[in-house]
Design a protein around this ligand. Structure first.
Ligand code: HEM
Ligand SMILES: *[C@@H]1O[C@H](CO)[C@@H](O)[C@H](O)[C@H]1NC(C)=O
Length: 218
């Protein structure tokens, strides 16, 4: 009883804390303005910072690239971002630290509430710039192609709306994947998941394409 009550309070706290508003953050290193949300996974205040930048040229009902910058406390085993705001039937970006502490990004898809499988339609390219670590956190910055649209059951195409808010979701596990150097490694189920409304309007950048070319080293 005590523990379930405590858990209910903790769960309520997690839910409300991670429902915070998106804020706009300019990152001078990558030269992009991101829409940022903080997703709490521990009652002591630990959480993952999710930042998303897109082009100001994109319109609704089109597929478009996104740059994602994520800041992760070192105790995270694996974590994931669900672009469509639920575990199943949308692109999942799962990430952890591999050998040499380099970030491993694993593109996945789950058709049910069981281990998500590799999803080749969405691809991630990690930039050297904006990818680093220190004694408490690590962060990566990556370009995703294929994260903002996908096919729902029956073939209808779903889009992340580039002009307003979208429900996103994340999951956290303290456990490292079985084979951290492989993006297709098995992972164990999360301890925490939560949802928030991510504002994509403030993620829009007029210099997006030029910044991406620079970050790709072209
Ligand atoms: C081994 C891997 C995984 C297993 C076995 C697993 C299993 C499950 C199960 C059983 C639930 C239902 C919990 C409930 O109804 O209370 C659930 C919910 C959820 N999971 Fe996972 N999961 C895995 C990986 C992931 C990943 C990689 C993500 C995100 C990137 C994720 C995001 C979510 C979310 C957001 C929910 C809430 C319900 C929903 O939106 O569908 N899960 N998971
Ligand atoms: C450690 O790295 C993270 C991610 O880059 C950064 O947000 C944080 O400010 C850094 N902490 C210190 C003490 O430099």
């Amino acid at each position: 009883m005590f523990w379930s009550l405590l858990f209910a309070i903790f769960a309520t706290f997690l839910r409300s804390a991670s429902a915070a508003e998106s804020v706009a953050v300019y990152d001078s290193e990558t030269g992009l303005t991101y829409s940022q949300n903080f997703a709490l996974y521990k009652a002591d205040g630990r959480g993952i910072t999710f930042r998303i930048a897109i082009s100001s040229d994109v319109s609704s009902y089109s597929a478009y690239d996104a740059v994602v910058q994520v800041i992760v406390p070192n105790d995270v085993g694996w974590a994931g971002l669900a672009w469509g705001g639920s575990m199943t039937k949308n692109p999942l970006m799962v990430f952890w630290r591999g050998s040499n502490n380099q970030p491993v990004l694993s593109s996945r898809w789950a058709s049910s509430h069981s281990t998500p499988q590799p999803y080749t339609t969405a691809t991630y390219t990690v930039f050297k710039t904006g990818t680093k670590s220190n004694s408490t956190h690590w962060q990566f910055t990556a370009l995703c192609s294929g994260c903002t649209s996908w096919s729902a059951d029956g073939g209808a195409v779903r889009y992340v709306q580039p002009n307003g808010g979208n429900r996103l979701a994340f999951a956290y596990s303290p456990s490292k994947p079985a084979n951290p150097s492989s993006p297709s490694s098995s992972i164990t189920v999360h301890d925490v998941h939560a949802y928030w409304n991510h504002d994509f309007n403030t993620a829009r950048n007029s210099g997006f394409e030029a910044a991406v070319q620079r970050l790709l080293g072209r």
